[in-house]
Design a protein around this ligand. Structure first.
Ligand code: GTP
Ligand code: SPV
Ligand code: MN
Length: 607
């Protein structure tokens, strides 16, 4: 096995052999190496040579399979353990000094006890293995909001995935210098024992410890752990917001540029919306992607809300991705992509439900078993994913690397709701917008372990990702609004409402452009709206439905749109009850403004 110039062969590291002289890094790595006992340490530099070496090692170890290089150049395939296919929310811990700081929606654990317990699991756990020291940036170099993390991991899959998902290597060592602040992340695969799987966050120490998983959001520590759970904590201290949001750039035929951020829960359409290709009818409109999953937002000196995407790649849901639903995603994942838990063809191509109408012959499912249409289970795991560099995206917005961020004009919230919520509405003002976000509900998906399809409250799509008390989080949102002379407008969308035959009322995907057009025009004062009990809504005749088909290939009717926009008092009575359950759960730290908003809505509805 290679060791190379930047890797030393023993845990006792002479400082000269390391790419950093940062004393805090050197002492922490030495301490963790002494605890975990790896055979060797590899200090990552992010170079192309390193990528080749680590990939070869991963193939030799059976961690990665080289896919058909004619069809998918630079692409590799990974299967995670069948018990380890999604985030584990009930084993995700927020270890603040007091339980109250974590709040009622998080699993709290004592920081000292948890550290001792987890260090016990790590003791000697990397014997015979390599510990990768993975330095990375969350955010573009030179951006004052960018944070530095270092992840120690014994997973070559994680080291290679972090290279895709973050700005990893020399660039991070440079930004860190000899005195920089950094997040400490320790990850170990352990034995992948689900009973000993823990994803623990220590906000007061800016530290993450993850063990016994090798899957996505549990282990790519820059993403959900640093950029959201600790990010939200840091954002509260430092006056900004860390959010589960895509960021898109919209250019109209007249050249008007609008940046839009949108929070939809996991597996509810962020990547798809961020890569939207407008339908034919929208010639001259152009959508480009700034981010598809995470946004950091802050009040700018000009009184506008600015945002940046801290990530460098897309860790996207594979099932449902195809040349019609998301051509940009398909192009993005056509090279230099790591696929996890999708199905495999005999000629080493990948497949998943919804990729093509007919599955290929000679398919093996994500577990490696032969699969055909008579098989009872899915060929691809429902939460199977791709990790692709954002540079692959043919519609990447150049602003993604701008250290100044982009000014946001609209914030969209949206859930996966079969009933109750209309296709689109606009909030009356900032506190009404925060209320719409705070009371979001959505059906659970395969992105987290547990039952799917059940409506739960998922405030701002952050229920699994807010690193502190949800009541304080709402108050922080309200306080940010007070710092903005030119705040963005708030909207709520629901692409997932169904008719009595259980069919989606709205075609979704690229056709969401028709809704986005109204949203963008509202931001600039170009579009009309009707005042309703729920908020501002587009007059039915104002949405452009030309070229759109409904069920049975008939043209899409205004009646169907009316059904998608309907306000049903019975459904809203139930909805307000469910909102109250959330408010009661959060308790006395719930800002009073949000109680008032609920009361106002109830009286507007006449309930
Ligand atoms: P995470 O990466 O888990 O945060 O998910 P995400 O919010 O980026 O969701 P993504 O865009 O990957 O979509 C998840 C699922 O929703 C896929 O199966 C899509 O096919 C489906 N989906 C996305 N947009 C739409 C839409 O407009 N309408 C309908 N009906 N389904 C959609
Ligand atoms: C999500 O679940 O919201 C994801 C995937 O984006 S993961 O990185 O696993 O969190
Ligand atoms: Mn996500």
């Amino acid at each position: 096995m290679h060791t190379g110039t930047s890797a030393s062969t023993t845990p006792a590291i002479p400082a000269a052999a390391t790419p950093t002289r940062h004393p805090g890094v050197l002492s922490w790595v030495a301490e963790m190496a002494a605890l975990c006992g790896p055979e060797r340490i590899h200090w990552c530099d992010g170079s192309a040579t390193e990528k080749v070496r680590l990939t070869e090692r991963a193939i030799a170890d059976g961690v990665l399979l080289r896919l058909n290089q004619d069809k998918l150049p630079g692409c590799y395939y990974h299967r995670s353990h069948p018990s380890d296919v999604a985030r584990v929310e009930d084993r995700t811990l927020i270890c603040t000094a007091t339980k109250d700081e974590a709040g009622p929606t998080n699993n709290w654990a004592d920081p000292d006890e948890t550290t001792a317990k987890l260090h016990g699991i790590f003791k000697g756990s990397m014997a015979g293995r390599t510990m990768y020291v993975v330095p990375y940036l969350m955010g573009p170099p030179g951006c004052p909001k960018t944070k530095i993390g270092i992840e120690l991991t014994d997973s070559v899959y994680v080291a290679l995935s972090m290279r895709v998902m973050t700005r990893m290597g020399a660039v991070a060592w440079r930004e860190l210098g000899e005195t920089g602040t950094f997040n400490k992340g320790l990850h170990g695969m352990g034995t992948i024992d689900p009973e000993k799987r823990w994803i623990a966050h220590f906000p007061q120490r800016n530290e993450i410890i993850s063990v016994n998983s090798n899957y996505g959001g549990n282990v790519l520590l820059g993403k959900k752990c640093l950029a959201l759970r600790l990010g939200s904590w840091l954002g509260r201290q430092e006056g900004w917001l860390a959010e589960h949001m895509l960021i898109m750039k919209v250019e109209s035929p007249t050249g008007e540029v609008t940046f839009v951020a949108a929070a939809f829960p996991s597996a509810c359409g962020k990547t798809n919306f961020a890569m939207l290709i407008p339908p034919e009818r929208y010639a001259g409109w152009k959508i480009t992607t700034v981010g598809d999953d995470i946004a950091w937002l802050w009040p700018g000196e000009d009184g506008r809300l600015y945002a940046m995407n801290p990530e460098n790649g897309y860790f996207g849901v594979a099932p449902g991705t195809n040349a019609t639903s998301n051509p940009n995603a398909l192009a993005t994942i056509s090279h230099d992509t790591i696929y996890t838990n999708v199905a495999l063809t005999a000629d080493l191509d990948v497949w998943w439900e919804g990729k093509t109408a007919e599955p290929p012959v000679d398919l093996h499912d994500w577990l490696g078993h032969e699969w055909n249409l008579r098989s009872e289970s899915k060929a691809a795991q429902p939460n199977s994913r791709f990790a692709a560099p954002m540079i692959n995206n043919p519609a990447l917005a150049p602003e993604v690397n701008d250290p100044r961020g982009v000014p946001i004009s609209a914030i969209i919230f949206g859930g996966r709701r079969a009933t109750t919520f209309p296709l689109v509405m606009q909030a009356f003002n900032w506190s009404h917008g925060v209320y719409l976000g705070a009371t979001m509900g959505s059906e659970t998906t395969a992105a987290a372990v547990g039952a799917t399809g059940q409506v739960r409250r998922d405030p701002m799509a952050m229920l699994p990702f807010c690193g502190y008390h949800m009541g304080d989080y709402f108050a922080h949102w309200l306080s940010i609004g007070k710092k903005l002379a030119h705040p963005p407008r708030f909207f709520h969308v629901n692409w997932f409402r169904r008719d009595k035959a259980n069919k989606f009322l709205w075609p979704g995907f690229g056709e969401n452009m028709r809704v986005l057009e109204w949203i963008v025009n509202r931001c600039h004062g170009h579009a009309e709206a009707d005042e309703t009990a729920l908020g501002w809504m587009p007059p039915l005749e104002s949405l452009d439905l030309r070229g759109l088909t409904g069920p049975g290939q008939n043209s899409y009717s205004r009646d169907r749109l009316a059904e998608a926009q309907a306000i049903d008092p019975v459904e809203w009575t139930r909805e307000l009850d469910l909102q109250k359950e959330l408010f009661d759960r959060i308790g006395e730290r719930m800002p009073k403004e949000l109680y008032f908003e609920r009361e106002l809505l109830r009286s507007r509805l006449g309930l």
